[in-house]
Design a protein around this ligand. Sequence first.
Ligand code: NAP
Length: 285
Amino acid sequence: MKIGFIGLGIMGSAMAANLVRGGFEVTVWNRSPEAFKPLAGMGATIALSPCAVAENSDITISMMANPIAVEAVRDGKEGIIAGLSPGKGFIDMSTVDDGTSLETARMADEAGAMFLEAPVAGSRKPAEDATLTIMAAGSRTLYDRSLPILETLGKKILFLGETGNASRMKLANNIVMCGTLTALCEGMRLASSAGLDMAQLLEVLDSGAVSNPMFRLKGPLIASNREFPAAFPLKHMQKDLRLALRLAEDVGQPLFTTATINELFKKALAGGLGDLDFAAVSRVI
Ligand code: NAP
């Protein structure tokens, strides 16, 4: 099967590399050409536009920063939709709002192609290790056809029904993750201000009911407060908070904690922390 991959950022470059390693014939495109080199070295074909990727592929995958980036590679005469034709598939794995996915599904349908939204949970390392959790929704036919691809990228794959459900599920997942991380930052800051050892707090947490891999990974980073190399860029987490709050408005659900956490993340963004890992929010607490 010929696969197209568009968006070679932190996640996309690792995922595209796994598809090449998995034996798929992969064609790639990225806005900034620096990202091509490692994949070309592995045997991927470089295309001149998102449209050319879709023309050359049975299934085209995108992994973009946000809804605006999805539109940038989807629309227009150089865009993915222009390269689709009946029988082809388009899978958007970016974290976006349900409205963006529904519009993409409509456009793909008009081109006679199938669409699946398939955002992921898991960061840089799970993308490299092919242990992502993949939430898919949209065309069941495309989902069934894509399973060998999705299984090359992730360890847990769920089909959630109609288009929009996967975006919504991903946002619900992320407000839990972000709230948990923010609570960890506050707990560690409180411990430190009260004269306690943050490493010991991490030990206490790790032996109790809230023990989790994210605390083990990010806790020492927060304690050292030196560098926050981006596994999950803070600017993308703020985008997810913003989209979750919008979804909450649409469905009439108050999100008391998320609204407050969003203010904290806006402050972090304004303070120039957007390209660091989202654990850098600890700096504004
Ligand atoms: P990233 O490293 O910032 O990569 C973003 C990609 O989008 C890059 O290929 C970038 O191209 C492209 N892009 C941005 N704006 C564009 C535009 N206007 N036109 C064309 N291309 C554009 O982000 P990432 O961490 O890989 O995340 C990708 C998606 O996965 C996001 O939706 C994020 O929320 C989601 N996600 C991330 C993680 C994580 O831990 N990192 C985990 C789960 C889900 P350039 O290279 O040219 O900038």
